[in-house]
Design a protein around this ligand. Structure first.
Ligand SMILES: Nc1ncnc2c1ncn2[C@@H]1O[C@H](COP(=O)(O)OP(=O)(O)OP(=O)(O)O)[C@@H](O)[C@H]1O
Length: 353
C-alpha cells in the first residue's frame, strides 16, 4: 500500500473532503438540495428541484427511462454540468464554491464508453489522476499494480498494453481501476457495464459488489436496467421526467411496496421472483429437515431454493450450513408464506446483500 504521507499533493486545499485523501478512504455523504438544470435555450428544466441525501458508503442506483435526467443529475455532482439552481454538498462541503478541476480529481468517474485515453498504456491511464495530484513515480507504480490486481487484470500482462489491446470487459475493469486510482471517497458511474454482453456484465457486477464490500465508497450508479439496480443497489431512486423521484428506497421495499403505477411498470414482470432472489436462506423460516431431500446452502437465496424445488420435483429441499450440517428445510408452502408476509420480508432482506 502506498504511503499517502510521503508525497506532497500538487493541489492544496483545506476544504472538507478534499483534504482527507488517504489510504482506503471510505465514502462520505452527498446532499443535493433543490437542484435544477435548465439547458440554454430549452423551455423546460431537464432536472427540476431535485433533493436527496446519500449516506456515507451507500451505493445508490438512479433508474429511469431515456431522457429523464439521470445523467444530468449525476454530472452536476462533479460539475461536468453546472446546476442552474440549488446546492450540492459532499461531506458537508459546498462543492459549487470549489474549483471544478480540483473537485473532479477527487471524484471517481466511470462511463459506458470507458473514456480510456487510446494513446496511453493501461498503467498510464490509471496513473493520470495520481500524476495530476503530484504523487511520486514509485507511489503511482505501486498503486497501478495494486489496482490492476484488485480488478483482476494481471499487471504483468496488462499494464503496458494499450486500451485497444483489451476486450470490452477488460477495458471496463481498467476504467474502474482508473476511477479508483486516487482513492476518491465518491464514485459516479454512468451505465458502466452497459456496453458489455450479458455474461461479462454479470461477472463485472459480481466483481463490483465484492469490491464495494471492501472499499465502501459512496457511489451513484446510473442504469436503465431495473434488475441491475436491484442486484447492486443499497437504495434505488426510480426517476421520471425531469428527474422527479417516484420512489427512493431499498430494493426489497420497492419490490414489496411500489409507490405507484409508474414504479410498478418499471419493476416489470416477476416482482415476486425478484424479491425471492434478495432473501438469503439464512433469513428464511425453516421447517424440519426431510430425509433424502436435495440440499442447498444457507448462502443461497429463496429463489435458488424455488429453482431446485421446480427442477428436482422434490417436496422439500434441505438447507445446510458451511459445515454441511442440515439446518432445516424449505418447501413451496414456506416460500409462499414468506411472499405473503410482505413487511417482515422487506426488512429481513435489508443489509443482507
Ligand atoms: N446539452 C444539452 N442541451 C440541451 N438539452 C440537453 C442537453 N443534454 C441533455 N439534454 C436534455 O435533457 C434531458 C435529460 O437528459 P439526460 O442525458 O440527463 O437523460 P438520461 O436520463 O441520462 O438519458 P439516457 O438514459 O438516454 O442517457 C433530455 O431531454 C435531453 O434531451
Amino acid at each position: 500500500m502506498p504511503d499517502s504521507t510521503t508525497d506532497t499533493p500538487a493541489v492544496s486545499t483545506n476544504t472538507g473532503f478534499l483534504s482527507a485523501i488517504s489510504q482506503k478512504q471510505r465514502g462520505v455523504s452527498i446532499e443535493l438540495d433543490g437542484v435544477s438544470k435548465v439547458y440554454p435555450g430549452q423551455p423546460e428544466a431537464a432536472v427540476d428541484d431535485f433533493s436527496m441525501r446519500i449516506e456515507p458508503g451507500e451505493l445508490v442506483m438512479f433508474v429511469g427511462p431515456s431522457g429523464c435526467g439521470k445523467t444530468t443529475t449525476m454530472k452536476m455532482i462533479n460539475r461536468i454540468i453546472e446546476p442552474s439552481n440549488g446546492s450540492i454538498r459532499i461531506d458537508g462541503t459546498d462543492i459549487l464554491s470549489m474549483d471544478p478541476n480540483q473537485l473532479r480529481r477527487h471524484i471517481g468517474y466511470v462511463i459506458q464508453q470507458i473514456g480510456l485515453f487510446p494513446h496511453l498504456t493501461i498503467a498510464e491511464n490509471i496513473g493520470v489522476v495520481p500524476k495530476l495530484l503530484g504523487w511520486s513515480k514509485s507511489r503511482i507504480a505501486d498503486r497501478v499494480d495494486e489496482l490492476l490486481q484488485t480488478v483482476q487484470l494481471d499487471p504483468e500482462q496488462f499494464a503496458k498494453r494499450y486500451p485497444k489491446q483489451l476486450s470490452g470487459g477488460q477495458q471496463q475493469r481498467a476504467g474502474v481501476a482508473r476511477a479508483l486510482a486516487a482513492d476518491p471517497p465518491v464514485m459516479l458511474m454512468d451505465e458502466p457495464f452497459g456496453a458489455t454482453d450479458p455474461i461479462t456484465r454479470e461477472k463485472l457486477q459480481a466483481e463490483f459488489l465484492r469490491l464495494q464490500a471492501d472499499i465502501g465508497k459512496t457511489i451513484i450508479f446510473v442504469t436503465h436496467d431495473f434488475d441491475e439496480a436491484i442486484k447492486l443497489g443499497d437504495r434505488i431512486a426510480v426517476l421520471s421526467d425531469r428527474s422527479q423521484i417516484e420512489q427512493f428506497d431499498t430494493p426489497a421495499r420497492i419490490l414489496a411496496n411500489p409507490a405507484n403505477e409508474y414504479v410498478s411498470s418499471f419493476i416489470g414482470q416477476g416482482a415476486a421472483l425478484k424479491r425471492l432472489a434478495l432473501i438469503p436462506l439464512i433469513d428464511a423460516p425453516l421447517r424440519p429437515a426431510v430425509d433424502g431431500a436435495p440440499q442447498i446452502t444457507l448462502q443461497d437465496s429463496l429463489r435458488d431454493a424455488l429453482n431446485m424445488l421446480v427442477l428436482t420435483g422434490a417436496a422439500a429441499v434441505n438447507v445446510v450450513d458451511v459445515d454441511h450440517r442440515v439446518c432445516g428445510s424449505i418447501t413451496n408452502a414456506s416460500i409462499s408464506a414468506v411472499l405473503n408476509d410482505a413487511q417482515p420480508v422487506a426488512f429481513a432482506a435489508e443489509g443482507t446483500r
